[in-house]
Design a protein around this ligand. Structure first.
Ligand code: C2E
Ligand code: MG
Ligand code: MG
Ligand code: MG
Length: 284
């Protein structure tokens, strides 16, 4: 097969690799200055409790825009930040920004929400992480139980012993942990119960066809049942329709997050959502 593709095939392959390497380099070089040039900002997506019909959380989602590159998706720049080590400083910046925002909403007397922040594998392996978290919480003045850290199931499953140890340390400091993209990461059930997770985030790939696909329903129902018996909450990601919402509500999923209720929005727009309350999501 290699022969059949011949010189052109090889040249094409090489140039595709070169292009990828060049883009990577371009991103890393630009990311170095992202913080000081004020190119990063955070959007917030509501997490809605179904029984209470209330917004009880916000997930902080990082955005990056530069004059040269325009908007770059986190799916592209987060990996570049991880490989270059820049994720340590960028991740710390997001944590502080999100915690600061949570404090601002509290001081305005808005209904209390938990602030959920995504952690990358690189941050999670850093033994200084618990210290950093505690310092940010103290300096900004947020009670630890209002911060939730999201770790993907893939990262937790990749090094279960390390994950259990770190999650224990963070748990001791009063911070909540949730397992992101749950259902895609193959963690063993024996590890899962040791993870000290407060919440499982059911991956959006299972939610998409939940009203039509019997296998996706079976998976979602199993995750909800298992979480309930292990004393964990569940949140479904990527909920876009009222049919998905109703199904999840009937099957005792605790929370939803998705475009049906709201896209990720600016802090100012989120504030308005908090003022409006979640009721309108259930009476469209
Ligand atoms: P994630 O943590 O699983 O975040 C959920 C993603 O799903 C977000 O994409 C969100 O905008 C999107 N989403 C929410 N509701 C819906 C919906 O109803 N339909 C669809 N199709 N999508 C929905 P986003 O913001 O592009 O982020 C992508 C990923 O990038 C995140 O996945 C997370 O893994 C990573 N990421 C984002 N911000 C950060 C950060 O500050 N730190 C780290 N380490 N990773 C981050
Ligand atoms: Mg997340
Ligand atoms: Mg997710
Ligand atoms: Mg994801």
């Amino acid at each position: 097969q290699v022969k059949r593709s011949g010189r052109h095939g090889i040249r094409f392959f090489t140039s595709a690799m070169q292009q990828r390497a060049a883009r990577h380099l371009q991103l890393v070089n630009a990311l170095r200055y992202a913080i000081e040039r004020d190119q990063l900002h955070v959007l917030y997506q509501p997490q809605v409790a179904l029984r209470e019909r209330a917004i009880i959380g916000a997930e902080a989602l990082l955005r990056w825009e530069t004059p040269e590159l325009g908007k770059v998706s986190p799916a592209e720049f987060i990996p570049a930040a991880e490989e270059s080590g820049l994720i340590q400083s960028i991740g710390a910046w997001v944590l502080r920004e999100a915690v600061r925002q949570a404090v601002r909403w509290r001081s305005e007397g808005l209904p209390p929400v938990t602030m959920a922040v995504n952690l990358s594998a690189v941050q999670f392996r850093n033994t200084d992480l618990p210290k950093l978290i505690t310092r940010i919480l103290q300096e900004e003045g947020l009670p630890a139980e209002y911060l939730e850290l999201e770790l993907t199931e893939a990262v937790a499953a990749n090094d279960p012993q390390g994950a259990i140890a770190m999650m224990n340390k963070l748990h001791e400091r009063g911070v909540r942990m949730s397992i992101d993209d749950f259902g895609t990461g193959f963690s063993s059930l024996s590890h899962l119960k040791k993870f000290m997770a407060y919440k499982l985030k059911i991956d959006q790939s299972f939610v998409r066809d939940i009203t039509t696909d019997a296998e996706d329903r079976a998976i979602v129902n199993a995750i909800i049942q298992m979480a309930r018996s292990l004393g964990m909450r569940t949140i479904a990601e990527g909920v876009e329709t009222v049919e998905q919402l109703s199904y999840l509500h009937e099957h005792l999923c605790d929370e939803i997050q998705g475009y049906y209720f709201s896209r990720p929005v600016t802090a100012t727009a989120f504030r308005q959502l908090l003022l409006d309350g979640a009721a309108r999501a259930f009476n469209p």
